[in-house]
Unconditional design. Structure first.
Lengths: 114, 109
């Protein structure tokens, strides 16, 4: 069974530039999560989708971050404009059911903002 | 503010010994508890889940839950150098998954 796919693995941009990350969850997983993980911290949920609907985006900085999951499968997370403090690993995860802690993570996308 | 607390470590344990990792949580209504392992530069991987008071064993790993004291622990028996990683505790509380910052475990050969 294929795991959660993410791209790109690494991205370096200047502040105020934009970046987009892509995620394809495990086949059949209806719930998709985007997390931000800063070195030395636990993952912070940015947004959670159930199929193509948003379940929780309370911690998404909506002035600069956006995410979509148009067909209920793959998803894109965008940052525009990027700030220095956005340097982090962006983790995509998926789960079979809603409201579970049993998540499957992709390899992550490491963003460095200079 | 719901919180999950873990000692950041590093916790250094000799190879072959038992490693004990602890986690406390603030929401008494929490129902589900999870341990994830995260190797350096890698993403978290679920290793144990526990839903009721007591012990749950899976190979060399044992999760222990005490809801009255609001703590959950992870024991690793016969620790191996390959167990060196950061261990993240996650607690499901009111349909939210609250994460600790993790404990870094180092197994010394």
């Amino acid at each position: 069974e294929a795991g959660v796919a993410q791209s790109p693995r690494y991205k370096i941009i200047e502040k105020r530039q934009s970046v987009a990350f892509w995620c394809n969850p495990i086949s059949g997983h209806a719930t998709l999560y985007w997390y931000q993980q800063i070195l030395g911290q636990g993952p912070k949920l940015l947004i959670q989708f159930q199929n193509n609907g948003v379940v929780d985006d309370s911690q998404l900085p909506k002035d600069r971050f956006s995410a979509e999951r148009l067909k209920g499968v793959d998803s894109t997370l965008k940052i525009q404009p990027a700030k220095l403090e956005d340097s982090a690993v962006y983790l995509c995860a998926s789960s079979q059911i809603l409201n579970t802690g049993e998540l499957f993570f992709g390899e992550g996308s490491r963003l460095t903002v200079l | 503010q719901k919180e999950v607390e873990q000692n950041s470590g590093p916790l250094s344990v000799p190879e072959g010994a038992i490693a004990s990792l602890n986690c406390t949580y603030s929401d008494r209504g929490s129902q589900s508890f999870f341990w994830y392992r995260q190797y350096s530069g890698k993403s978290p991987e679920l290793i144990m889940s526990i839903y009721s008071n007591g012990d749950k064993e899976d190979g060399r790993f044992t999760a222990q839950l005490n809801k009255a004291s609001q703590y959950v622990s992870l024991l690793i028996r016969d620790s191996q150098p390959s167990d060196s990683a950061t261990y993240l505790c996650a607690v499901s509380s009111n349909y939210q998954l609250i994460w600790g910052a993790g404990t870094k475990l180092i197994i010394k050969p």
